[in-house]
Ligand binder design. Structure first.
Ligand SMILES: C[S@@+](CC[C@H](N)C(=O)[O-])C[C@H]1O[C@@H](n2cnc3c(N)ncnc32)[C@H](O)[C@@H]1O
Length: 260
């Protein structure tokens, strides 16, 4: 059994769906960079606030969430369907373990729709897959949710082209929700230690600078407050932690055109 990012993330979040190999590597990383757990919780909270904002304020009713992770309530469909019971959600993850929990992901409202697809975003033509096209109407706006996913893509994976390929077929008025780890606030080399420890276990982690993360949003209109450290994106209460404890950027942006 080798460690896997989805189960390690579950460990950081205080879940119970991990194996000993995940715990050992997660504990090693926590020793190198104790803020990982705080960052994971802040990231999950950003996903909740972004989803709620899109459903409540922007009227979004369709969500494509790639890199879903092991279910941790509330999951994206629970947040979206609490605002709009008719919201439709497609989850995608390439970790076979996640599908074992897909039941929990698909227990949505009767009037909405939730479905789950096991696929690798690097190689699968997601927007042509019937799991996606049967659940989502691609002629209408979709929120593409890439939350804590793209830092698992190396530059060789061509991450910007990947996001472009996903966004291009989406209708005007669609949204990109993205969070991404950074080493911008790291003064003691913890982020580099994390990157190399993950790398030694076959898991790519590519922290990117603010300018590099901003590139994912090229051609889109960022909602206020723009691209910010995750806990500063429309916080429910005033952020008290230093940015280095969060260490990821987050933004939500709209694809131009279409009616509002
Ligand atoms: C850190 S978790 C994020 C979970 C959730 N999006 C959140 O932010 O709470 C990253 C997830 O991305 C998935 N993942 C990594 N590489 C992937 C790929 N190439 N295709 C699809 N999913 C991938 C992992 O299996 C993991 O579940």
């Amino acid at each position: 059994m080798t460690a896997h990012s989805a189960r390690m993330y579950d460990y950081y979040l205080g879940g119970k769906d991990w194996f000993e190999a995940d715990r050992l590597l997660a504990e090693r990383l926590l020793a190198e960079f104790p803020h990982i757990r705080t960052g994971a919780r802040a990231n999950r909270s950003f996903m909740h606030r972004a989803t709620r904002t899109l459903a409540r304020e922007q009227g979004v009713r369709q969500f494509l969430d790639i890199g879903t992770g092991i279910p941790t309530a509330p999951n994206l469909h629970q947040v979206a369907q609490a605002e709009a019971p008719e919201a439709r959600v497609v989850y995608v993850d390439n970790d076979p373990l996640v599908i074992e929990y897909a039941d929990a992901l698909m227990r949505g409202t009767p009037e909405g729709g939730t479905t789950y697809l096991e696929a690798d975003v690097r190689t699968h033509d997601l927007l042509a897959d019937p799991h996606v096209t049967d659940t989502l109407d691609l002629t209408r706006p979709v929120a593409l949710s890439l939350v804590a996913l793209m830092h698992f893509m190396s530059d060789e994976d061509e991450p910007y082209e990947m996001v472009r390929r996903l966004l291009d077929p989406l209708a005007p008025g669609s949204f990109l929700v993205l969070s991404h780890t950074t080493a911008d606030f790291d003064t003691v080399g913890g982020a580099e230690a994390v990157r190399s420890t993950y790398g030694n276990h076959g898991i790519t982690v590519a922290p990117r600078t603010r300018a590099e993360v901003a590139t994912f949003f090229d051609g889109l209109d960022l909602l206020d407050p723009g691209l910010v450290v995750g806990h500063r994106w429309r916080p429910d209460k005033k952020p008290t932690l230093p940015d280095e404890a969060i260490s990821f950027y987050a933004g939500v942006a709209r694809k131009p055109g279409g009616s509002r």
